[in-house]
Design a protein around this ligand. Sequence first.
Ligand code: FO1
Length: 323
Amino acid sequence: MSAGKYQQVVALAGGVGASRLLRGLVRVIPPESLTVIVNTGDDMVLHGLHVSPDIDTVVYTMAGAADPDRGWGLAEETWNALSAMERYGMDTWFALGDKDLATHVFRTSRLAAGAGLATVTAEIARAWGVVPRILPMTEDRVENRVVVEEGGRELDLHFQEYLVHHGSPDSVLRAYAAGVSSAQALPEAVAAIEAAHAIVFCPSNPVVSIGPILAVPGIGAAVSRSRARKIAVSPIVGGAPVRGPADRLMRSAGIDVSCVGIARYYAGIVDTLVIDERDREQAEDVATHCKCIVANTLISELRASEALSRILCEGVDIRTPQE
Ligand code: FO1
């Protein structure tokens, strides 16, 4: 069946939280009907290698190859190259596994040969047997940066330095996506949004994952123009992020760390927000901003992800093959 016969779904995705939803979603809708637009603001050049953590997390997870505990990187990874780098006094705070390194070497060499990030991402996805289209939000350089206060001074860090090297301290003054306002949206991403029946906002960090995707001018505009059903899953459960430093980053952006804060943030952008059962008592508040669905959103288990995906599809009128 050609992709045109299916209702097309676009997902806006960060890394681990998004991937855990997407692997359930592709068990509920035809994988060919899904296009994932991925945040590239966390990308970094390290040891001369172009690392795209969120793209790789999405690809590895959808391929069933991601490390189940960490959520990022590959399962059954070894770290020999990293240990060998220590001998030369190289930076090893960002853990590149031996198998994962192959992806970064491949990406970097293809980019150096003149291929675009979208082409290389498609090649990586194909190599892992991943059927949904995985698209970077842009091929231009966008860099998530976090300004923290340390010893009375402002420190302006790359997001990975903030998260991994500095251990995501509380003292966040602000976060911003450098280069985003002049970034060109990937044309295929805009076309996918224009053709979408539904847009799913994955349970990702609103400040450094979904925010930067929407801040790419062509993408934010296409999402606003789109008549697609728009549904988000709150990454905040019980007043705390399911994982990662979203609480610190949200606070610095003036967003209340609750599912109501998420509803306010997405007000006027999404029509429905899915909040967790544990936040049931906030459903009424959420409903003043958009439609609210209460469900189990803790989806580290595949079956839970699949169950949530069915609820999402119902919420946006996507026919699933079983119906
Ligand atoms: N996260 C960590 O907390 N520590 C690491 O050393 C680390 C290495 C790493 C290598 C490749 C990759 O694709 C992801 C990696 N991550 C690591 C995860 C990454 O920093 C974050 O999950 C995302 O950028 C947040 O979306």
